[in-house]
Design a protein around this ligand. Structure first.
Ligand SMILES: O=C1O[C@H](COP(=O)(O)O)[C@@H](O)[C@H](O)[C@H]1O
Length: 240
């Protein structure tokens, strides 16, 4: 039975530092239990703040970064290095400064990658990477930002691609730019041990309130196998 916990802290800066601290401990604990840790990163403003905080956290020195697998929950389908790519933002925030094993860093394909600008083939390539060698879809922690409309990853409310099945999906005509994206499906998100929904600011209060009241938004269906954690600042939690 999955547990849902709501944590509210005063503001976005404190949220970023507490999420970074939780992530650090979660990775250390996962490595103690099974040697490695698998983390799914999200894009968006609060995610970048969380990653930047990792740079400042003394406890992060206890992580063996060479045994961390990094995946992404969604990606804006743009050329490699584009500043709007979630990967680029994560690299700039902290990844480029960490002693990661490049073979364990798994960005979603870019439009100038091996499949060109075909998002279906790129999404299929990522699904194959996720399941390579019969690897089970299991993540220690999967972080998600929450859009003003209640989207998570690139699963937008009412959008047909949000109902995609399989491991990953290509998204076209996204209501939020850029229009073409790659995303984990909801089925894949729900394979994570822990799902963390991280939201800050008054613009997130409406969807967060709706989700916590059991509304029918993608963010309401994003639940972990063991735990679903809402990590909010007071503004985002103000319409609970
Ligand atoms: O486009 C995206 O937006 C959401 C939310 O971003 P935010 O800046 O409002 O926090 C993000 O979770 C997603 O990964 C990203 O592709």
């Amino acid at each position: 039975m999955s547990e849902t916990v709501v944590v509210v802290v005063p503001d976005a800066d404190i949220l970023a530092s507490t999420v970074a601290a939780r992530l650090t401990i979660r990775i250390i604990d996962a490595q103690a239990v099974h040697g490695t840790a698998s983390v799914v990163l999200t894009g968006g403003r609060v995610a970048a703040k969380v990653l930047r905080q990792l740079r400042e956290l003394p406890a992060a020195a206890a992580i063996d970064w060479s045994r961390v697998d990094l995946w992404w929950g969604d990606e804006r389908f743009l050329p490699a290095g584009d500043p709007d790519r979630n990967e680029t933002q994560a690299r700039e925030a902290v990844l480029d400064a960490l002693p990661l094993d490049p073979a364990r860093v798994h960005p979603m394909p870019a439009t100038d990658g091996p499949d060109g600008d075909d998002p279906d083939v790129a999404a299929a390539r990522y699904a194959a990477e996720l399941t390579a060698g019969g690897r089970p879809l299991r993540f220690d922690v999967l972080m998600l930002g929450v859009g003003e409309d209640g989207h998570v990853a690139s699963l937008f409310p009412g959008h047909p691609d949000a109902r995609a099945t399989g491991v990953t999906a290509a998204v076209r005509n996204s209501p939020k730019p850029p229009p073409t994206r790659i995303t984990l499906t909801m089925d894949t998100i729900r394979q994570a041990d822990e799902v963390w929904l991280v939201a800050a600011g008054p613009d997130k209060a409406g969807p967060i309130g709706e989700v916590l009241r059991g509304g029918d938004l993608p963010a309401a269906r994003a639940q972990g196998v063991r735990k679903t954690l809402f990590l909010l600042d007071e503004a985002a939690a103000s319409k609970r």
